[in-house]
Design a protein around this ligand. Structure first.
Ligand SMILES: [Zn+2]
Length: 264
């Protein structure tokens, strides 16, 4: 919807714009594009059916990485888990009842993952990890703001020195990216607070627009790289990069293969 200034005569261009941006049209458009997006539910219940096997696997995990993994080992853990998930050989570590009791007293997550809200890309599942392994922050197309989202991202590595890897994860066929492209190119506004997501994605649109190839794919990758860049510029995270070896990388997830590619 376009807010009109009091007492201002509507020019023909404004009338056309208002029709284009009518509440029904805008809502339907955005609803259609956002159809594939859902806020995911709890992730930790996936592997509790075989508690004995899960406990054994959790124990072997701990033996493999005594102490806290550094950023390189943390990335290795995530990528190994992703390969298991991709091949249909997920082990569901750290999802046993015993492990749940273990982490009830304390947590030492080794990573922070910032990803999209898309229901098909839950980090703990696509990296074949469990509870207590990672902080996860999920927004539409892994968009940032300068308040609650960024503060939540900073919270983990600032308070838990174990979390020395930060991974920004975009994905193929992102509904939030597609919706943002449609809203930006139409000149309309998305309904409700969805417009805030569109505005946050605007820089990635302008990076991707002149590039050859698929606009949505280019914009998703640009958004991941821009998010990595912005996180590296955040004063608190910059300090943690120096003092605690915090490492920030970006990845791209493929929906059919289930594989994650490191792109930044
Ligand atoms: Zn998405």
């Amino acid at each position: 919807m376009v807010a009109e200034m009091p007492g201002r005569m509507a020019a023909p261009a404004d009338v056309a714009r208002r029709e284009r941006c009518a509440p029904g049209a805008g809502t339907a458009m955005t609803r259609r594009k956002l159809a594939g997006i859902a806020v995911t539910a709890a992730l930790a219940a996936a592997g509790l059916t075989d508690a004995g096997a899960a406990q054994a696997l959790a124990a072997s995990d701990e033996q493999a990485y005594q102490g806290t993994p550094g950023p390189r080992e943390a990335l290795q853990l995530l990528m190994e888990g992703n390969r298991r998930w991709s091949r249909g050989r997920a082990r569901h570590p750290h999802q046993s009842v015993q492990w749940r009791w273990h982490v009830a007293g304390h947590q030492d997550p080794f990573a922070t993952v910032i990803s999209c809200i898309d229901s098909r890309v839950p980090p703990e599942i696509v990296f074949d990890r469990g509870i207590g392994d990672m902080f996860t922050i999920r927004t539409g197309a892994q968009a940032l703001d300068e308040s609650v989202v960024l503060g939540s991202i900073e919270f983990g590595p600032f308070n838990y020195s174990s979390a020395r890897l930060m991974l920004v994860l975009g994905h193929q066929k992102c509904g939030a990216i597609a919706a943002a492209i449609e809203v930006i190119e139409s000149g309309c506004r998305a309904p409700g607070h969805i417009q805030a997501v569109v505005d946050a994605l605007r820089p990635a649109y302008y990076v991707a627009k002149p590039q050859p190839g698929d606009l949505a794919d280019n914009m998703t990758r640009a958004q991941t790289r821009l998010t990595v860049h912005r996180l590296k510029q955040a004063p608190l995270l910059r300090k943690l990069m120096t003092t605690n070896g915090l490492t920030i990388v970006g990845g791209h997830y493929y929906l059919r293969s289930g594989l994650v590619e490191i792109i930044a």
